[in-house]
Design a binder for this molecule. Structure first.
Ligand code: PLP
Length: 366
């Protein structure tokens, strides 16, 4: 079979080797997964059941059920400080990933440049290339703060968009308001689109979350319900931004996903009324446990948010460390999956305290 040439650029060889080894393990200590280990809040389970019972399992409007779009607008105004926004600025999508895909396909022409920050969430690097973009990677090592001057240097007339993600996967960094405002000043001069992936917004342990769309209208805000409400399998997210871009994304959604899953949309409506503050305190305990456990032996930044920590390997490549960990029944993800470098590794602390303690012990013994 001759596959699409674009797919040739998808590189997963290193990580595949590591996960092939991992697949052979029986009951691994799994600190590699990017999803909450908590159960879905009871009220949300009930809401999903109610929607099924009421036969709400129909196609919805392509852009999402009107009430959900309206409630998302209210949320963005109240919690994120967005102004001049209405339902027409919002599309409900199949997860944040679905929003990213629609966005790239809507905007990118061959030869366009997309600027991303290293380490990066894998989709930002791989998917724009499907549509012929050149992805420019800007390093945020060693402390992972927003590298504004490096981004400024990377931007050219061909730059279609700059993508940021705060709180960050895989570093746990939360960008400061001032840093984001400085970036906005750079992009404003050239009217470059900013994509702000805020899927870990609720997971803040230090500092404050800041949405660039509150100060820069040429921003697409992406968010979803997977992480904060432990709804990864329901596949529900959204994009909010300039009406012309959103309406093109809606057009594309009509011919691809048709609409986001209906039962998930009704569940998301309820999710917007739920406070997850107590859960976040639990995650903070885990963050503290892992950071305190690793900091004596590893060079590591304390994560301000999300549920990941990204320590540096003591020596050598992270892929080797991940293989050594597998030999001890422990799964972590080597940095090469998220980066041009292979000097760090990602631990997800969305795991039980028991597993975290076991994992820390194994890593410290290396
Ligand atoms: N953006 C980031 C930074 C992520 O880490 C993830 C999932 O790991 C996503 C987006 C995708 O989330 P969703 O489940 O909403 O597609």
């Amino acid at each position: 079979m001759k596959f699409s040439r674009a797919l040739k650029n998808f590189d997963s060889s290193g990580i595949r080797k590591v996960f092939d080894l991992a697949a052979k393990l029986k009951n691994p200590i799994n600190l590699s997964i990017g999803e909450p280990d908590f159960k879905v809040p009871k009220d949300l389970k009930k809401e999903a059941q109610k929607a099924i019972k009421e036969d709400k399992n129909r196609y919805t409007q392509t852009a999402g059920i009107p009430l959900l779009r309206e409630r998302i607008v209210l949320k963005l105004k109240k919690e994120n400080g967005l102004k001049n926004i209405s339902a027409e600025n919002v599309i409900v999508t199949t997860g944040t990933s679905g929003a990213l895909h629609l966005l790239f396909q809507t905007l990118i022409n061959p030869g366009d440049e997309v600027v991303i920050i290293d380490p990066y969430f894998v989709i930002y690097k791989q998917v724009p290339q499907l549509f012929g973009a050149k992805v420019k990677v800007v390093s945020s090592y060693p402390d992972f703060s927003l590298p504004v001057s490096k981004i400024e240097k990377a931007v050219t007339v061909k730059t279609k968009m700059v993508i940021i993600n705060s709180p960050n996967n895989p570093t746990g960094k939360v960008y400061k308001k001032e840093e984001i405002k400085n970036l906005v000043e750079v992009l404003k001069k050239k009217n470059i689109l900013l994509i702000s992936d805020e899927v870990y917004e609720k997971f803040i342990y230090e500092g404050q979350h800041f949405s660039p769309a509150s100060v820069y209208k040429n921003t697409i805000t992406l968010n979803g319900f997977s992480k904060a409400y432990a709804l990864t399998g329901l596949r529900i997210g959204y994009a909010a931004g300039p009406k012309d871009i959103i309406s093109e994304m809606i057009k594309l959604q009509q011919y691809t996903y048709v609409c986001a899953p209906s039962i998930s949309q009704y569940t998301a409506l309820k999710a917007l009324t739920i406070n997850v503050g107590n859960l976040i305190l639990e995650y903070k305990k885990r963050r503290d446990l892992v950071y305190e456990g690793l900091k004596e032996k590893f060079e590591v930044e304390k994560p301000d948010g999300a549920f990941y920590i990204f320590p540096k390997t003591l020596k050598g490549r992270a892929e080797d460390l991940a293989k050594k960990a597998i030999a001890k029944n422990l799964l972590v993800v080597p940095g090469s999956v998220f980066s041009q470098k292979d000097s760090h590794f990602r631990i997800s602390f969305a795991a039980s305290l028991k597993d975290l303690n076991k994992g820390i012990k194994i890593l410290k013994d290396f």
